[in-house]
Design a protein around this ligand. Structure first.
Ligand code: SAM
Length: 218
C-alpha cells in the first residue's frame, strides 16, 4: 500500500467512512462516487495543519484565498457528470487537485486548468504522487478552455463565471454536458446539455463558489 494511505491510520479510516455514510444520507446515490470519496485521500490535498479536518463535510482553505469544495458538492457534481455519461472532462479551477483526483479515480480523462501557479504546481505534484496519470493539468485561464484537447463530453466549473465563456461552448461535444455554479447573487448548480446548437439548462440546487477571475498568477 502507498505510504500516504498507510499513514492515515484507523481513526482516519473511520472518519472517512463516516463521511461516506453522511453523503449517502444526504442523497448521494451512486456507489462509484461514494467509493471514490472513500478511496481518494482528501487529506493529501490540504496543508498538514488542516489534514485532521479532511473528512468533515465542509469546504476548507487551500491558500491564495481559495477553497477545497465541500465533499457533498464534489460528490454531487461528480454524480451529475457520471449521469451525463461524460468520459473526457475539462475542469475550470484545479485548486487543490482533489476534484480532478476523484474524476481520475473514476477512470475519466481529466483536463484541469488553474490560474494560480502555486496551486497548479502543488496539485500536479500531489496527483503525480498518487499516480493519477489520466489527470492532465495546465496553468492558464480556464475561460479559454483547452482547444488542443477538445472536444470534451463533460465540463465542470469549480468557480462561478458570470456566464459560461464562449470558448467552452465551442469545445463541448454534441450531447456533452457542463456542470457549473451560475448566477450572481444566488448561485445555482446548473446542468447544461448541448443538443446541436441548442444548450438546454436545468437548475439543480443552490451552491456557493468563488468567482472565476481573469489573468494568470505565475
Ligand atoms: N476543484 C478544486 C479542488 O478540488 O480543490 C476547488 C476549486 S476552488 C473552489 C476554485 C478555483 O478556481 C481556485 O483555485 C481559483 O484560483 C480557480 N480559478 C478561478 N478563476 C479561474 C480561471 N479563469 N481559470 C482557471 N482557474 C480559475
Amino acid at each position: 500500500m502507498n505510504t500516504e494511505l498507510q499513514g492515515i491510520g484507523m481513526t482516519s479510516q473511520r472518519t472517512r467512512m463516516r463521511l461516506v455514510e453522511r453523503l449517502s444520507d444526504e442523497g448521494i446515490q451512486r456507489v462509484e462516487v461514494l467509493d471514490a470519496i472513500a478511496n481518494v485521500p482528501r487529506h493529501i490535498f490540504l496543508d498538514e495543519a488542516l489534514s485532521h479536518r479532511a473528512y468533515e463535510d465542509t469546504a476548507l482553505p487551500i491558500g491564495y484565498q481559495q477553497t477545497l469544495s465541500q465533499p457533498y458538492v464534489v460528490a454531487r457534481m461528480t454524480e451529475m457528470l457520471l449521469a451525463a455519461g461524460a468520459t473526457r472532462i475539462l475542469e475550470l479551477g484545479t485548486g487543490s487537485g482533489y476534484q480532478a483526483a476523484i474524476l481520475a479515480y473514476l477512470g475519466k480523462e481529466v483536463y484541469s486548468i488553474e490560474r494560480i501557479g502555486g496551486l497548479h504546481r502543488q496539485a500536479r505534484e500531489r496527483l503525480q504522487r498518487l499516480g493519477y496519470r489520466n489527470a492532465h493539468l495546465r496553468l492558464g485561464d480556464g475561460s479559454q478552455g483547452w482547444p488542443e484537447a477538445a472536444p470534451f463530453d463533460g465540463m465542470i466549473l469549480t468557480a462561478s463565471p458570470g456566464d459560461i465563456p464562449a470558448a467552452l461552448y465551442d469545445q463541448l461535444a454534441d450531447g456533452g454536458s457542463i456542470v457549473a455554479p451560475l448566477g450572481r447573487d444566488t448561485q445555482m448548480l446548473t446542468l447544461i446539455t448541448r443538443n446541436g446548437d441548442e444548450f438546454e439548462r436545468r437548475e439543480i440546487e443552490p451552491v456557493r463558489f468563488v468567482p472565476v477571475l481573469g489573468g494568470v498568477v505565475r
